[in-house]
Design a protein around this ligand. Sequence first.
Ligand SMILES: NC(=O)c1ccc[n+]([C@@H]2O[C@H](COP(=O)([O-])OP(=O)(O)OC[C@H]3O[C@@H](n4cnc5c(N)ncnc54)[C@H](OP(=O)(O)O)[C@@H]3O)[C@@H](O)[C@H]2O)c1
Length: 244
Amino acid sequence: MTVHETRVAVVTGGNRGIGYAVCQQLAEAGYEVVLATRDADRGREAAVALGDRVTPVVLDVTDEASRKAVARWLSDGPGRVDVLVNNAGVHPDPGGYYGERHGASVFEAPVDYLRLAMATHVEGPMHLIQLLMPLMRSQGYGRIVNVASTLGQFDSLGGGWPGYRLSKIALNGLTALVAAELADEGTENILVNSVCPGWTRTDLGGPKAPRGPEAAADTIVWLATLPDDGPSGGFFQHRQRIPW
Ligand SMILES: NC(=O)c1ccc[n+]([C@@H]2O[C@H](COP(=O)([O-])OP(=O)(O)OC[C@H]3O[C@@H](n4cnc5c(N)ncnc54)[C@H](OP(=O)(O)O)[C@@H]3O)[C@@H](O)[C@H]2O)c1
């Protein structure tokens, strides 16, 4: 079977943590997985470990030339993109994710933290969606999964970590916007959703988190492989819709 006949899934930040587990599960589900990672060696290493359904590409989601090169490669090569998982993430605020401290206060946080988080979690995903939407439209099929966080859940927002929280709120906003425009134009089979994978043992989540990346990948992969009558424009955790 060639890549042209098989569904193609692009996963950003696929070399470690939750992204790696998503690549593994999508490959096991029969997808041709494009493991996108900003470091070529780390990407190659991860792809080799995952087997021949996984192809590494270099992608820094904050870099325009890098995003365009990957879009060109997808268009000229496989010629299709069925799934985009915007997973690449940073936790730039002091204090770490659920660290001992409550992170930087919104009254003190250096704006650079916010810029980095917005570039990674909002600008990168928005540009990738713009670049890959033509292929999805031409196929009449697409699944976009934006990996957000309940730390950016507006419904129950706490203090601290403004870079992380504000950027994940904006990522959820991007999900809602894309879903609304697709619905307005009557495009039915391109589904876009946000997900919180839950607190997970990764470099970002730290060692005290209760679940491993394989369990965290479950709802992401579920959303990436939704049937045609699946939901769009929602925020999910544990395969259940949750408030924004
Ligand atoms: N872990 C949790 O508890 C938790 C909870 C809720 C949501 N999330 C979200 O889940 C996603 C994955 O997090 P994780 O816990 O798996 O984190 P992780 O283990 O720290 O992995 C982060 C991944 O993102 C990549 N990345 C960062 N900036 C990038 C950029 N500019 N371009 C391309 N790749 C970039 C990293 O690449 P390098 O290896 O090159 O650094 C790495 O592959 C993130 O969006 C995070 O916000 C995590």
